[in-house]
Ligand binder design. Sequence first.
Ligand SMILES: Cc1ncc(COP(=O)(O)O)c(C=O)c1O
Length: 507
Amino acid sequence: MAPAARAGVKRSADEVDSQDDFTSVYGSRYAIQDLPSADIPDESMPPEIAYRMIKDELSLDNNPKLNLASFVSTYMEKEAEDLMMEAMSKNFIDFEEYPQTAEIHNRCANMIANLFHAPQNTAIGTSSVGSSEAIMLGVLAMKRRWKQRRQAEGKSTDNPNIIMSSAVQVCWEKAARYFEIEEKYVNCTRTRFVIDPKEAVDMCDENTIGIVAILGTTYTGAYEDVKAISDLLVERKSDVPIHVDAASGGFVAPFVVPDLQWDFRVERVVSINVSGHKYGLVYPGVGWVVWRSSEYLPKDLIFNINYLGAEQSSFTLNFSKGASQVIGQYYQLIRLGKAGYRHIMCNLTKTADYLADALREIGFVVMSEGHGKSLPLVAFRFPGRDEGEIEDKDFDEFALAQYLRARGWVIPAYTMAPETEQMKMMRIVVREDFSKSRCELLIKDIKLCCQHLEQDSEQFIKRLQEHMGEHITAGRKIRDPMSEAKEAFKNEQHSLQGKTGKSHAIC
Ligand SMILES: Cc1ncc(COP(=O)(O)O)c(C=O)c1O
């Protein structure tokens, strides 16, 4: 303590060395300094101060419960959280050190393979960081298998292609680009938001490594017709395989529409991915991929490693990762059981249907099918010219998204896939913690925002949108040491977004 303070002499605020007088976080010198942002600070800071300062900064983030843009779980029970916290320091890949974690992983993979009706004793699966990694692995396996067959036939392996709907999630564009595979798109139309099975099969040629079918598209939640694609392939005696992207639907359809044929019951399905962190009900960081049999996972993609103490097989893009998410997945699978998942998924389906009806009543066009025939989400848009459009309307779905954002709700507006005439839409994902009463609050706020949009002038709406875009949402200027470098990547023209304006989660 400074001598003057010890003697009880009063000092002005400028004279007080806050650290000398440290009694609390906000009495310390850190409370009147900027948090470090460019260089690692020279000195350390006390843990309680670092914790409080970071927590305070993060309080500016949106409330995850109001984020209806994302499929990713925002709720787990306390017991699950405790287990996951306890496993935080375990490196999942270290099977020798953590054999029970490896065992639990295998149990999860078995349960998920069985849920998808994989043939007993032949299926093989692994966890991943999410569906994106799972899809990369699925694509690599299809490409390698195609290549091996072509090589055995003495044919060119120069131009592999993959067929998918233009409503694919961006990770498919990435997978195709990263692994140098030509993307062949079956475009959606203004009235069809899913793949057309015949068009997809017509596109196949000798270089096609596979067809992608999505069980729950990101835009409207629609289930693509996996069986129709498979039946056509069988009819034409084509051996092109199908990979099902069941990122969201893999944990919904088996409980809500168990008779829907989309999984390994369908002849040509060779691999399926699912996100554990979406309707698998685990916090972000876990996905799964399952192959019908090892025949579809070429051996030379698997690496046997033994430097961590035991012989083990590895087929992942990353090596190290935390074990918590796999343990969280096991908790959910055994805690909820099939009955628990069924109750939750059926409740979500009912809530989504209720919300869809309310939005129709307000005057929106609902684009998602609902009633269990699609994911529990509501995709909607303002009516067009021929559908009773509000007269002299000065706003669109993006403006409504911003108005709702001002109320705390994160509900993105999108531009649909190509060839849908730049159709704009919004999407509300109904997740486990979106109860009926929260749904009522949202409906009230949507009505209120629509009233305001009708009353407010075009100029005001534009100004508010600019303000939200620049200062409130992710587009705001954040100090970014890489910003100049990133300028070079702006306005790319290679992706579906760059080429056609299709957008992902802009709000
Ligand atoms: C259909 C679909 N596939 C893949 C993904 C990517 O999944 P993840 O976020 O688990 O990597 C998503 C994400 O929303 C999706 O909706």
